[in-house]
Design a protein around this ligand. Sequence first.
Ligand code: SHN
Ligand code: NAI
Length: 205
Amino acid sequence: MITNYPIMLRLEGKKVVVVGGGKVAERKVTGLLETGARVMMISPEATDELKRLADEGKLDWQQRLFSQDDLKDAFLIFVATNDTTLNQQIKDSAGCHQLVTIADDPDGSDFHLPSYFQRGRLSIAVATGGASPMLARKIREQLEQQFDETYEEYLDFLFLKRQWILQEVADATLKRKLLTAIVSPEFLNSNNREVDFQQLYEKMI
Ligand SMILES: C[C@@]1(CC(=O)O)c2cc3[nH]c(cc4nc(cc5[nH]c(cc(n2)[C@H]1CCC(=O)O)[C@@](C)(CC(=O)O)[C@@H]5CCC(=O)O)C(CC(=O)O)=C4CCC(=O)O)c(CCC(=O)O)c3CC(=O)O
Ligand SMILES: NC(=O)C1=CN([C@@H]2O[C@H](COP(=O)(O)OP(=O)(O)OC[C@H]3O[C@@H](n4cnc5c(N)ncnc54)[C@H](O)[C@@H]3O)[C@@H](O)[C@H]2O)C=CC1
């Protein structure tokens, strides 16, 4: 079986086009806005939430039918109209270097979206390859319970300590031991990670 390739994209400042203004478009636009992408949505109609985002200036809503020129300079293209034939035509008119996803044709898309959540620097995504978006959502909800808000601060701690260790600890074995030790329930649940780390470090050197 040929597999998909997971990737974390940086979209800040990039042009992303969403065609359609229904529930599906709303879900995609909401996620996209958090990335800092320049989101242009083309649709004669829009949900209340999408209208609000456009009114607030967060979303460039072109209130009209799709036209070929809309795809110019788009890095990603989300096709989410309720017209299956049109959806395919839009896909066909995109350049071969443009990544297109079609809401009603997983197999004809260049990519699809996983169910996803973030705890600071930790990102967790679940995909079922179109087998069951509902299952992806269910698993995501379970993981949200398991990886609760504690992880947000914990990831910041891990990030800073890892930088410090890489810079300050020359000995490869000690480096490895420290990096291993901070990834543990003790540090996750600690009330004072800095103090605990200092003690651990002094014991190890
Ligand atoms: C292929 C893919 C393309 C893409 O959109 O990227 C796709 C396609 C389709 N979804 C459909 C239906 C539903 N989609 C959801 C929900 C989500 N769908 C998402 C992704 C994907 N959906 C991609 C595959 C992801 C994967 O498999 O891993 C999520 C994970 C991410 C997101 O959209 O942001 C988000 C959950 C976010 C979250 O809550 O975490 C729900 C449930 C709900 O709304 O609660 C339902 C109704 C229940 C059901 O049908 O299961 C239909 C049928 C339409 C019809 O009835 O005609 C199609 C079309 C088809 O399959 O042909
Ligand atoms: N990928 C996913 O997660 C899901 C995909 N779907 C599929 O996604 C598609 C969209 O679903 P919904 O948002 O619920 O539909 P919807 O009917 O709520 O919205 C469709 C939107 O397309 C716009 N539109 C129609 N013709 C257009 C044109 N020529 N140019 C620009 N915009 C145009 C309409 O104004 C409307 O805003 C459907 O094909 C549906 O089968 C449905 C549920 C989930």
